[in-house]
Design a protein around this ligand. Structure first.
Ligand SMILES: [Ca+2]
Length: 243
């Protein structure tokens, strides 16, 4: 039975049979291929091709899965960037608005603060009604705010004006005089409630907690200028505001 001869062996046989007839050389150099060997080679090649195709399919599936994962990550990045862009745009618009309105002209002694003009008169300590009257006489009213940003701007202004850190409370334009527990700005709008606006007492009871004896809103110096309900006939400085 003839083996599947390697090429080197065929070359060696050819070199050693130079003097033989062409027919003999052909017979020796190109021996008939064993049918079994041919079948085994074919099976082997087909098996290798099948394995190779299987490996290629697995690699393709892995690549596809990786691309799906990459697509998910890129989608998340895109969504995040979109949100960041939207937030930055909103901030830019807010800042632009604040900038424009901060440039508004405020007649002295009022100062531009946020979206309004403010005047804190530390020299005047009065009850709430007199403080409001003082502000109205200036073409303004006691100060109010609608959100944390407005509250923060007011606190910043007060701390600048009260650089000497005098222990003086500040009147705001809010009261529950008309209906106990219902706190309204002088404009008739509901005041914000809870943190970060209202403070707490020494016993950690949340303001407002003074009942009918405390019906006027002020910024309480002893509690770092958090809002408290105070006695309306107490003494505090008016914080006037022009919108
Ligand atoms: Ca009250």
């Amino acid at each position: 039975m003839l083996p599947c001869l390697p090429l080197l062996l065929l070359v060696t046989l050819a070199a050693s049979n130079v003097m033989k007839s062409p027919e003999d050389l052909e017979s020796e150099m190109f021996p008939p291929v064993n049918p079994n060997c041919t079948q085994r080679l074919t099976d082997y090649i087909l098996l290798r091709q099948e394995i190779q195709l299987s490996k290629m399919a697995a690699a393709e599936e892995a690549r596809t899965q990786l691309m799906r994962e990459n697509l998910q990550v890129l989608t998340q990045v895109r969504d995040t960037l979109s949100q960041v862009s939207e937030t930055l745009t909103q901030r830019s618009q807010v800042n632009g608005k604040s900038l424009v309105e901060t440039r508004r002209t405020c007649d002295p002694p009022f100062s531009p603060v946020g979206d309004s003009c403010l005047l804190l008169n530390l020299a005047l300590k009065s009850d709430w009604a007199s403080a409001r009257q003082f502000c109205v006489g200036k073409g303004a009213d006691l100060a109010r705010f609608s959100d944390a940003a407005g509250y923060a701007a007011i606190l910043d202004y007060i701390n600048k004006i009260n650089s000497e850190n005098d222990s003086i409370d500040v009147w705001l334009g809010g009261t529950d005089e008309a209906l106990e527990g219902t706190w309204l700005w002088v404009t008739g709008e509901l005041m914000p409630r809870g943190p970060p606006f209202w403070g707490s007492t020494d016993s950690y009871k949340a303001a407002p907690d003074g009942g009918t004896s405390q019906n006027c809103a002020g910024l309480y110096k002893r509690d770092n200028y958090y809002m408290h309900d105070l006695r309306c006939n107490g003494a505090a400085a008016p914080l006037c505001q022009k919108l």
